[in-house]
Design a protein around this ligand. Sequence first.
Ligand SMILES: [Cu+2]
Length: 141
Amino acid sequence: MIPLKAPIGYFLVGVLTLFFVIACSEKGPPQISIKWPQMLVEGDSGAAFMVIFNKGKGSDRLKSCTVKEYPQLTCELHDIVKGRMQLVRDFEVPAGETLELKPGGRHLMLFGLPEKLQGEITIVLHFEKTGDVPVKTGVVR
Ligand SMILES: [Cu+2]
């Protein structure tokens, strides 16, 4: 009995080890960084663009945004689908990938901006796992 059971035991240990190695290699914390933020303003609304990097081993999700200096502002996540701007629930940022927020594609949309807004504002990105990431964003009129 023992010689029969032992190989099965080794086999199971092997399978479990392999399972954990695979599971651990695919999971880990996301590592979010932001580059080239910019907001184009027209009237009291603005479209913000930037590049979001995730160099970590886990995916993350941008759930919402706010503006530090103007907490009352509405900040939405938008995408352009078939030429039409649409409100979306979140942006996924897969592990090891880059999410570009750019004209003609996904972007952040701000409504109710102060009339004479200039210089820069701090857009706070709220990620599912990473939490809040403040992004100093230059304003272009
Ligand atoms: Cu928009």
